[in-house]
Design a protein around this ligand. Sequence first.
Ligand code: GDP
Length: 451
Amino acid sequence: MFESLSDKLDSALKSVTGQGRINELNIAETMREIRRALLNADVNYKVARDITDRVKEKATGDEVLQSVTPGEQLTKIVYDELTRVLGGEHVGLNMADHPPTVILVAGLQGSGKTTFVAKLAKHLRSKGHAPLLAAADVYRPAAVDQLRTLADQVGVPVYSVEDDGQIVQDAVRVADEAVAHAKQKARDVVIIDTAGRMHVDEAMMKEVADIKGAVDPNEILFVVDSMTGQDAVNTAKEFNEQLDFDGVVLTKLDGDTRGGAALSIRTVVEKPIKFASTGEKLDALSEFYPDRMAQRILGMGDVVSFVERAQEQYDEEQAQQLKQKIKSDDFDLQDFYDQLQRIQNMGSMKDLIGMIPGVGSQMKDLDLDEDAFKHIEAMILSMTPEERSNPQILNGTRRRRIAKGSGVEVRDVNQLIKQFRDMKKMMKTMSKLTGQGRSMNLKKLMGRFGG
Ligand code: GDP
């Protein structure tokens, strides 16, 4: 899904990875790349500009955190923006206080409407509902047959009106009677499949509007083929002007879709995307969550949770204090111990390593020694406060005592002290190089002490 867009965003974001900080220069080039990627994916140009403007503002503003790398930070900002244009929060179906809930489904022919109706029935059934499908696509006998076939697979009944074996071509009547039938038969949801045309046309719109007027649906869903890009957005606009629908269903997201429809429709039409359809099979339907979709587009969902967890562990004040300590060379073993505690609060070592992009997949199966942390902690805890703040006083006798106290060998203590010295040097160099003394380079820290 959205592979080309994902790849291009990835390479745009990579261009700031490894740079000390986000500045006007590197952000401008990155924003150009991101905008190009979005336009290539057929995202509406206003939406693309809006996304890059907001990302730029946030990335160069005060909000930049010190505790993650610029690449990670920017990824998180882009992720937040994508989530926003995709709608922010998940929006579910409007259900009636007094059943049956009536759901009217509209869209162009071939958009995947009938397939969606069956999928929705299946989805609602799995949630304990008893749907009834109304075959209001009355002009093509094949359409009613198709609905029946799909409904059989899902195990839900279909309501249609026939006279002498002929389908009665009165969509409003079918919808109206289906609702009455549902009440009689205690079916708590009626899903109305309407006729679509190849293009938006007046007769089709009028018919759907008439059904709306007759049954007063709780929910009107507009189904659209996401492969049609900006056409999908324009069709959505026209349907919305006529019908004032409640939600959008994006179909064929499993196909070679570039992402333009998904990323533009919410902003242009101002209606939430409620479902995503990702295949011809009847269980290929999911409720739409903007944040999950943004994660998938960026192909870096794990980094997002990594940054979120880091944010939970550090407030800016603490980060500043730490930065000061590193600058003035006051970072000691007690501080180191505190940092280790924080890292562990973020999750298991294996999980954390798995979140590092690029590294993640290769390292996931590695047999990591989670005990490495425990040993380091035990050694630090066996030190006196004076030793922790002043590791240079750790002579041979003290080291033997610490090894004994923490159940490790003297060479482990030696190694810890050496690693700690190296890390201090590294942090100092980093603080000089970047001029900002990043409080914690989690990845490097983990790389060094992760067993
Ligand atoms: P309708 O004319 O709007 O009722 O569209 P249909 O439900 O008949 O679907 C048109 C075609 O698209 C059919 O061949 C479906 O199997 C296919 N289709 C529907 N939804 C999806 C989807 O999410 N992914 C894929 N790949 N195909 C779909």
